[in-house]
Design a protein around this ligand. Structure first.
Ligand code: EPU
Length: 438
C-alpha cells in the first residue's frame, strides 16, 4: 500500500549512494508506444512508480496484457487490444490519456479519451495534440466526458508546425505519424532526451523517423510496427535533485543509473552555484559542494535549456547560496506555488509576474507568477511543520528542504511524490537521510 506521510529529521549533510530509477517521462511513453506493435514489447529498467502503475491500468483497460518480470522488466502484449475507451486515471490527473488518442485510432479506428490535466503547475491544455490529430485526418468531437475521435480509412501524413516545442504534442505527432499513410513533416518539435529515446525505440520497432536540424521530424509512415526490447534511460530529474541535495547540505552523493550526457545543461549552473561533479563510471556521478555557494540567474527552457523540472530542487539549493538568485520559468505559467513551503521553513523568496530574464517568454505581460527571487543564504528550520505536497517534482524538493532544515518535518500527500519516485524510503537507505513513513 502506498505510504501517506514521510517524516524527515534534517540539519545534517546528506551523503551516500542512491540509484536513479528509469525515467518516468520515458517509461510511460514507451508503454504507450508498445501498443502500436501488433506484438510483444519488453521494457527494461521500468520504474515501479505510481505513474507507471496508472499507465498499466490504462493499457490494461484497452485490452493489453501487462506482466512485471524480474529486474524491473515490463512486458506488454498489445495483440489483444480491444477497447477504445480510456478510463479516467485513478489519480484524477495524468498526461497519458491524451497520448493514447493517436495510438488507439491506428489500432482500433476510434478513441474516447477523458479530459484530465497533469500536476497542478499551469493550465496544461491539449490543443496542440488535438490539432495534430485533426491534421492527420482524425475527426474529433468534444463531448462533456472528453474527446471522441475516429478515422475514416487510414490516417494521412501531414505537415504541421507545433506552436511551441511541447514534449507531449511531439510524442502525439510521433504516434500519429509512424503508421499514417505518407511522409509527415513536424516542425518545432521537442528534443528532450526522453523524446530521442522514444524516436530510437520506435525506429527499433520498424518506424522510419529522422530528426533533422532545426527541430524537424520527418516521419515516413509504415504499414506495421513490431514489438521490441528497449531499456529506459535513467531519470535525469531525480539525479539532479540528489545533486542539489548534496551541494545544499554540504554532503556527497553518488547517483547511479544515470547517463551524464542527459544532465548536460544542469552541470553548468550547478558548478556556477558552487557544486562539484565527478564522473565515477559510465552511469555513476558523484555530486558534492566544491566551493562556497553563490547566487545565480537561471531561466528554464525546453531542451537543451535548463529543464523546468530541475527548478524546484535547484530553488532549494539556492536558499543556501549567498546573494540574490533569480529563476525565470518560461515553460509553465505557474510553477512557484511550492515556494510558500520553503518560506515557511525560513527561506526568503518572492514571486513576480514580470519576466526576470532575457529568454523570449510566452508569459510576458500576461500577469502569470512565473519569476522568482530567492535571497540566501538562510538557515532552514522546522519545529514540527507539516508540508502538503502540491505536485510530484515539488514533492521531492520538499523532502530536500526538510533534509536541510534543522528539526523534524512531516510531509503529506506522499502518493503524489510516489507517482514519480518509487520506493523512496527504501532507496534512500544508502544515504545519511533520516526519512521514515508515518
Ligand atoms: N502546451 C500547450 N498546448 C498543448 C500542449 C502543451 O499550450 O497542447 C503548453 C503547456 O501548457 C506548457 C508547455 O506547452 O506551458 C509545455 O508543455 P509540454 O507539452 O511540453 O509538457 P507535457 O508533455 O505535458 C512533459 C512532462 C513534464 C515536463 C514537461 C516539460 C510528462 C508526463 N510530463 O509534460 O514533467 O515538465 O514535459 O519538459 O512527460 C513531471 O514529470 O512532473 C512533469 C510535469
Amino acid at each position: 500500500m502506498s505510504k501517506q506521510r514521510y517524516v524527515v529529521h534534517g540539519g545534517q549533510p546528506v551523503s551516500g549512494r542512491i540509484r536513479s530509477l528509469g525515467a518516468k517521462n520515458f517509461a510511460t511513453k514507451a508503454m504507450v508506444a508498445a501498443l502500436l506493435a501488433d506484438g510483444q514489447t519488453r521494457l527494461l529498467n521500468a520504474p515501479r512508480i505510481g505513474d507507471v502503475e496508472i499507465t498499466c491500468d490504462l493499457l490494461a483497460a484497452a485490452g493489453a496484457r501487462i506482466t512485471w518480470g524480474p529486474d524491473s522488466e515490463l512486458e506488454i502484449d498489445a495483440t489483444t487490444l480491444a477497447s477504445a475507451r480510456v478510463p479516467v486515471p485513478d489519480s484524477g490527473s495524468n498526461r497519458i490519456p491524451i497520448l493514447l488518442l493517436g495510438v488507439l485510432l491506428h489500432r482500433l479506428g476510434e478513441a474516447h479519451v477523458p479530459v484530465v490535466s497533469g500536476c497542478n503547475i499551469g493550465a496544461r491544455p491539449v490543443d496542440f495534440h488535438l490539432t495534430a490529430a485533426r491534421m492527420f485526418g482524425a475527426e474529433i468531437e468534444v463531448a462533456p466526458d472528453g474527446y471522441r475521435a475516429r478515422r475514416r480509412g487510414r490516417l494521412q501524413a501531414c505537415h504541421y508546425r507545433l506552436p511551441y516545442p511541447s514534449v507531449g504534442a511531439t510524442e502525439s505527432c510521433l504516434y500519429l505519424g509512424v503508421l499514417a499513410r505518407g511522409t509527415s513533416i513536424i516542425e518545432n518539435v521537442a528534443i528532450e532526451p526522453e523524446i530521442m529515446a522514444l524516436v530510437t525505440m520506435l525506429n527499433a520497432m520498424g518506424a522510419r523517423i529522422q530528426l533533422l536540424p532545426n527541430r524537424e521530424l520527418v516521419i515516413e509512415g509504415v504499414d506495421k510496427l513490431y514489438g521490441t526490447t528497449f531499456e529506459a534511460l535513467g531519470d535525469r530529474i531525480e539525479a539532479a535533485s540528489w545533486a542539489a541535495l548534496a551541494a545544499a547540505t554540504g554532503g556527497e552523493i553518488v547517483v547511479e543509473g544515470i547517463d551524464p550526457s542527459t544532465l548536460i545543461n544542469f552541470f553548468g549552473p550547478f558548478n556556477a552555484v558552487g557544486g562539484g561533479v565527478a564522473i565515477e563510471g559510465p552511469r555513476a556521478i558523484r555530486f558534492f559542494r566544491r566551493q562556497a555557494l553563490r547566487s545565480i540567474v537561471l531561466e528554464t527552457d525546453v531542451f537543451p535549456g535548463f529543464a523546468t523540472d530541475w527548478q524546484q530542487p535547484f530553488a532549494v539549493l539556492l536558499t543556501q547560496a549567498s546573494g540574490i538568485s533569480i529563476i525565470h520559468e518560461t515553460v509553465y505559467e505557474r510553477r512557484f506555488d511550492y515556494l510558500d513551503a520553503l518560506s515557511a521553513l525560513g527561506a526568503r523568496t518572492q514571486i513576480e509576474t514580470h519576466c526576470l530574464g532575457s529568454v523570449d517568454c510566452r508569459f510576458r505581460g500576461r500577469d502569470h507568477p512565473h519569476s522568482a527571487i530567492i535571497q540566501g543564504p538562510t538557515a532552514l528550520r522546522s519545529d514540527g511543520l507539516t508540508l502538503d505536497v502540491p505536485d510530484l517534482r515539488a514533492g521531492l524538493a520538499y523532502v530536500m528542504a526538510a533534509a536541510l532544515a534543522k528539526g523534524s518535518t512531516t510531509i503529506t500527500s506522499v502518493p503524489k511524490i510516489e507517482r514519480g519516485y518509487g520506493d523512496l524510503i527504501e532507496r534512500a537507505a544508502g544515504l545519511s537521510l533520516s526519512i521514515s513513513a508515518a
